[in-house]
Design a protein around this ligand. Sequence first.
Ligand SMILES: [Zn+2]
Length: 295
Amino acid sequence: MLNKDYLIKAVDGDQQVRLILSHTTGAVQEAHQRHQTSATASAAMGRVLTAALMMGSDLKGDKDTLTVRIDGGGISGPIVATADAHGNGRALISNPQADLPPQSPGKLAVGALVGRDGFLEVIKDMGLRQPFIGRVPLVSGEIGEDFANYFLVSEQIPSLISLGVLVAPDLSIKAAGGLFVQAMPGADDKVLEKIERQVFSLGPISYLLDKSSSLEEIMEQIMQDIPYKLVGEKPLQFKCNCSHERLARIMASLSSEELQEIEASVGKLEVCCNFCNEVYGFTQEEIATIKKQKP
Ligand SMILES: [Zn+2]
């Protein structure tokens, strides 16, 4: 059984394709618990979080961050995930309780929940004056296909993207993870096509992750007789970067009317982080002190 969240990277011997394979059950389970998501919402949010964590592993700079936003007009509302170069990721879904009956047994209706009337947007903040923003129309709302389309259209990288979340009857996350197979510049399509056939013959990625004991073992099954080497490994986790200090600064930037409104509706000076649902409480004196510190 796979018991830790991580990813591995590989390239084939002729440098035609690169692969990233990830296991994210722990991160998706934590996102599910923090947001109390329905089965279908867990699958939708979990797929987006998994893709963000995998893309984050390609960030070079220590402080680089990546944000993925999917808004398909469906009842789930927008889904947002962020990731950094250190394997930390977090995610939110606007309507965590939204749910739909499965399309067939074991096939959650992710595309219908997310909708496909909208966009997938990727923002890479690499410390430059302007962040990189890539935006493509959604193909199906099933997330995996939408990321493949993003890579092809926005980054000119032909890709096979497989993202999977297996939800247990008690709504806990049984398995989650993903696979990216991406053509290198000038690559021969045949290698990508061959790997694609081998991947499809193995069945859904979530089931594969559920019954395997390591990503290295799955990589062997994917590549079969194609020579390859592993070129990287990274631990992954759900981790939000909010803190008492950070939210105190945001509170201090609000007008006294806005602060009164919060107090009137919640009964105290309290705010909740949208990404991790952590609740932070403040005293009037604390906010007043920070307000005074401002230039
Ligand atoms: Zn947070």
